[in-house]
Design a protein around this ligand. Sequence first.
Ligand SMILES: [Zn+2]
Length: 345
Amino acid sequence: MMHDPAAEKKQKNWYRCSMAVLLAAALLLSGCTGGGSVLSGPVRETDSKGRDGSALKIVTTIFPQYDFVRQIAGERVSLQMLLKPGEETHSYEPTPRDIIAIQNADLFIYVGGENDAWVEDILDAPEMKQVRRLRLVDCTALLKEEHVEGMRHKGQLCPGTEEEEEENDEHVWTSPKNAMEITKRIAEELSALDPEGREGYKANLDAYLEELAALDRQFREITQKAAARGQDLLLFGDRFPFRYLAQEYGLQYYAAFPGCAADTEPSAAMMAFLIRKAREEQIPVILKMELSSEQIARAVAEASGAEVRVLYSCHNLTAEQFEAGEGYLSMMRKNAETLQAALGQ
Ligand SMILES: [Zn+2]
């Protein structure tokens, strides 16, 4: 399959058109809303005050920033995540209700980048002017999306390391160091909107930063020990949204597809490459991310005698994980254990 700019343009036009229809539908509907998301936090009388006099409304697209706000603000704000538990981020489409939630938000936090083109389109509308917004990609230094040898991208096998022109990798939160920068920015935003809550936000932020620092030390210890034994290679039978994690801790990787790739059809050449690498490098664990197909990772693992494990990118959690009270920290601690196994410890 060849990369076809004409087809891509047509698809983009269609997409912009359907966004406009969706936005119009949402604006027609606004005023007759009711019933918040299951994730809306409980609101108390003494809470913060938003534009409309009720508690501050914070709306997020996906899980990392939802959890960061939850850690810093607790129940002081009304918090809603647009993605439902268990929903896959890359195939998410906003509903009119989601658009109204964004419109009514005192602060809307999204990731920014290629996968959030729909957000930028919605925020361009004049009705959205008053919505205060924060993008995760503006909180940290950015890396370009990388194409390592053997990856399949836009229907073709990538020949080797190259960085796609002007395409930033948006998965900034996958490094605990970046999570620290993001949570600091979120605390600043909350304090600006709700000066009376400033001290509480600061105390919660400081406690959370300590936990993130401990997580960072744990990752560093594991990866430094592995590097001393010459082990720094991960193999992903999936998309690879962990560029920032890999960069922070000096990890190398092979993967089936880049970060937010829309095309995740396996090809024979890609499968052969991953299986050969898994055997040559005696990779003990083939990794995949959550909420995605296990097909490629399973096939590579079976052919090379490895096991399959999940490294959580935290784009989203399952409903069970939500109910169990899991968060970014607890999922990342599971990742530390998984990394240890994947690096042969
Ligand atoms: Zn992604």
